[in-house]
Every structure is written in C-alpha cells, then in structure tokens.
Design a protein around this ligand. Structure first.
Ligand code: SF4
Ligand code: MG
Length: 334
C-alpha cells in the first residue's frame, strides 16, 4: 500500500538580495533534500529549533511557498505540476492550520460566513443544506450553532483555534498541515486543542503533518517524528522509539533540553547548547558538528547521509543501534 503523502528530495533555497541593484549575495538553504511519507490517518511530527526549515517544509507541501525542487504526491497526484486552478481544487484534500488563526480569519466575517465559503466553493454543501453542514463541522470542533453568528474577535484564543480547525475541516481533507497550532495558547487550552485534534483524527481518519518545537506535545500526538536541523532531516523514527532511544546527538540534546512539565515551577525553557549556525553558510560536513559533543574529524569533512537502522532513519556517522550503544558504552551518561 502506498502512502497518502510521498515527499522526495524537497528543497527550497531562497536567494538573498542586497543593495540598490538587488544583487544576489547568497542563498538561504531553508530546506534541502527532505524526504518522508505520511500514511492515511497518522500524525507525522516535524520538530527542530526555530529556523530549521520545518515551517517552510509545511508551507511548501501546499505550495504556499514554491519548492525549488523535489517531488510531492498526495494520493498519487503529483502536487508539483498542478496548475493554480488545480491547486485550488487540491485544497479540498489538503489543508493547513496556523499558530494564530486570528491573522487568517477575516474580522468582518461571521463564523458562519468563514465556514460557508469553503463548503460552497468545493461543492461540499449546497444552499439547501448549508446550515446543517455548518452546524456539523462546528459540532466536530466542539462549537455550536450559537457560535456561528459571532465574529472572530468575540472568541478566546482556544475558540479561535477551534474555528481555524473547523475551516480546515470543512472540506473533509485527507491531510492537514498543523503549523505550531497550540504554541500561542495557554498550557491548559493547549491540551484541549491537542485532544480535539486527536478526536477528529479518530473520527475522520485525517492525517496530520504536525509542526512543533514543543516535544511534550509531540510526544503526546505523534505517530512518527522527523527531526530537522538547518534545513535537513537528521532523524526520523516511530515516536515511542525516538523518545526512548534517540540515535542522533541533536535529537538527544533536544530531548534533554525539553522542559519537564512541573506545575510548581511552571515551564522552564532550556535550549540546546551553542548557537544555530546560519542557513546561508551552513558548516561543512555534518552541519551539527560545531555543537556536537561527539564530533570527530570525519564529521567536519563529510556530510552523513540518512541511514536506516531498524525503524529509524538517521544522518550521523557514529549512530549505531541503541542496543549496541548500551553494550559498548555502559558508562555513557546519555
Ligand atoms: Fe555529531 Fe558527527 Fe554525528 Fe554529526 S556526524 S551528529 S558531528 S557525531
Ligand atoms: Mg515556524
């Protein structure tokens, strides 16, 4: 069985222009050679520090940003060669929700109008059953017809995100790209929205590409996790394995730096040691080598390709199966 979404070699490099003549002075390598699949009804999380290319990847999937190269297929349809008109049609099957739905909700439209637009545009509803369809999608998102006549500014952040989800769901897509959908919300509201997304997935079988820097949320929601560093995927594994036995040193430091939920202390944000290098001038060899505690000469000279170890894909010269690591380095504090 082939995957719902197949992405191969996705690359997005932006030219950087400076000065009066807008001369190209460099290239931001935002996303380079990223490949992954998403199966129907599952959640692939994409994680990494800000600037690692995860949002660019998410937007490129919908061609909100035009990829430089690569191939992308949804249900076998080649997304790269679709015309603008066909892309609009494709939005019926593939949607996106953003961190701040407020920015993307027209303040002069009621929730009913916000939802009616995609329902009618994609032929999911007719004027005759529009009211019932609006009520149905509101119900899926824990809202009622009572909310339909209200404007976005009348809602709390959590409710607004529910409206954002309702709008994405209106056309019953197969896949939704969720770009940091809860990071602007209070922690208590985050859990409600994450649970809502899970309930919807169980009911409708929709797949998510879930972009987040919050590993606690990712651990809760993801089927598989892809870790990005400076525009490249460095590790991808089933969620349980990635958190139990991360193979890439960067994944290990991300997990070590993740805040532990401690109600008395609030959430303390630690971070991975060292600064993220510029995506305009990535380090030679393994881009993580300036920050990697295990780096050896080879790491500075040669870029590690993704290798398959068990169910994990990992790009590190020194990665070895977790069981082997435990045997050969019993004193390793990691
Ligand atoms: Fe560290 Fe080398 Fe592995 Fe890169 S290839 S993560 S520098 S050990
Ligand atoms: Mg982002």
């Amino acid at each position: 069985m082939s995957a719902l979404l197949e992405v191969e070699g996705l690359t997005k490099h932006f030219p950087v222009r400076r000065g009066l003549l807008r001369r190209v002075v460099g290239t931001v390598q935002a996303v380079t050679d990223v490949s992954f699949t998403v199966n129907a009804g599952e959640t692939l999380a994409i994680v990494g520090e800000s600037g690692c290319g995860k949002s660019t990847t998410g937007r490129a999937l919908l061609r909100l940003i035009e990829p430089t190269s690569g191939t992308m297929r949804l249900d076998g349809t080649d997304l790269m060669t679709l015309s603008r008109a066909d892309l609009r049609q494709m939005r019926k099957r593939m949607q996106i929700i953003f961190q701040d739905p407020y920015g993307s909700l027209n303040p002069r439209m009621t929730v009913r109008e916000v939802l009616s637009e995609p329902l009618l545009l994609h032929g999911v509803a007719t004027q005759a059953n529009l009211q019932a369809k609006v009520a149905e999608v509101l119900g899926l998102c824990g809202l009622s017809s009572f909310h339909a006549e209200r404007y976005p500014h009348e809602f709390s952040g959590g409710q607004r995100q529910r409206v954002g989800i309702a709008r994405a769901l209106a056309t019953r897509p197969r896949l939704i790209v969720c770009d940091e959908p809860v990071s602007a919300l209070d922690v208590s509201v985050q859990a409600q929205i994450v649970n809502l997304l899970q309930d919807i997935q169980k009911q409708l079988g929709v797949a998510y590409v879930f972009i987040s820097h919050d590993l606690a949320v990712v651990r809760h929601i993801a089927t598989r996790v892809a870790v990005m560093y400076l525009g490249r995927m460095v590790e991808e594994a089933p969620s349980a394995e990635l958190f139990a036995a991360p193979l890439h040193p960067y994944t290990r430091s991300l997990i070590a730096a993740a805040p532990r939920p401690d109600p008395s202390a609030g959430r303390v944000h630690a971070s991975v040691e060292g600064d993220l290098p510029s995506a305009m001038n990535p380090p030679t060899g393994c881009a993580f080598h300036p920050r990697c505690p295990l780096a050896v000469d080879r790491c500075r000279a040669e870029r590690p390709e993704l290798r398959t170890i068990g169910d994990t894909r990992v790009a590190c010269h020194l990665a070895e199966p977790a069981t082997m690591r435990a045997q050969t380095r019993p004193l390793d504090a990691n």
